[in-house]
Design a protein around this ligand. Structure first.
Ligand code: FES
Ligand code: FES
Length: 213
């Protein structure tokens, strides 16, 4: 896989650097608000990865190459996947950041990566070092494309490297996560329809899926 994920990232801007030198950086990380004062809580040149790991203790954010080439440090910033090793903390001022710690244990991606055993594709993780970055890249992909095809997954994950070579299992896990999320949404729609009509959930779910079809 190539490092195309890094392609859209601009170098730190003048204004971001100025903010880092003089100001306060406000981040909403996994739903929690943080105010970080430059020079007190972080150094002006600190990357988002450094701040997330060393100031906020979110060590699920992995740093491997530290130069934008592997995707291990990927987090979701306002819905987009970004390389946190290549992003100044000050550039994220005012943004919402999602890291792997912000996903629930029952998140379809967490479940799919942990349980991938589709015959012929192998596991989705071996040493696990690339996994948080893979999961967060996949999270952003599923936000854009809820039920991606295998081809869309391969393309969307092109910037993430797995040194253990678990790519077939990873692709299966992401496809399965999209399917799982869709099934859950269908079940939820069925329950909601059942609550409105008073029908048993199963009947309402059938009705709902029939209506969608
Ligand atoms: S650690 Fe950020 S891209 Fe490799
Ligand atoms: S599972 Fe080891 S690097 Fe991907």
């Amino acid at each position: 896989m190539s490092a195309s994920l890094a392609a859209g990232l601009a170098p730190p801007s003048e204004s971001a650097t100025a903010r880092a030198v003089h100001g306060v950086t406000r981040l909403c990380v996994n739903g929690h608000d943080h105010e970080l004062v430059a020079g007190r809580d972080y150094a002006p040149g600190d990357s988002l990865a450094t701040v997330l790991r060393e100031r906020l203790g979110l060590t699920g954010v992995k740093v491997a190459c530290d130069q934008g080439a592997c995707g291990a440090c990927t987090v979701v910033l306002d819905g987009r996947p970004v390389l946190s090793c290549m992003t100044l903390a000050a550039e994220a001022d005012g943004c919402s950041v999602l890291t792997v710690e912000g996903l629930g244990e029952d998140d379809p991606l967490i479940v799919a990566f942990a349980t991938q055993a589709q015959p012929g594709h192998g596991t989705a993780l071996q040493c696990g070092f690339c996994t948080p970055g893979m999961v967060m890249t996949a999270k952003a992909l599923l936000l854009r494309t809820p039920r991606p095809t295998r081809e869309q997954v391969v393309e969307g994950m092109a910037g993430n490297i797995c040194r253990c070579g678990c790519y077939p299992g990873i692709v299966e896990a992401v496809v399965r996560a999209g399917q799982m999320a869709g099934e859950r949404a269908g079940e939820q729609a069925g329950r909601s329809a059942g609550e409105r009509t008073g029908e048993p959930a199963g009947d309402a779910a059938s009705a709902a899926s029939g209506a969608e079809g």
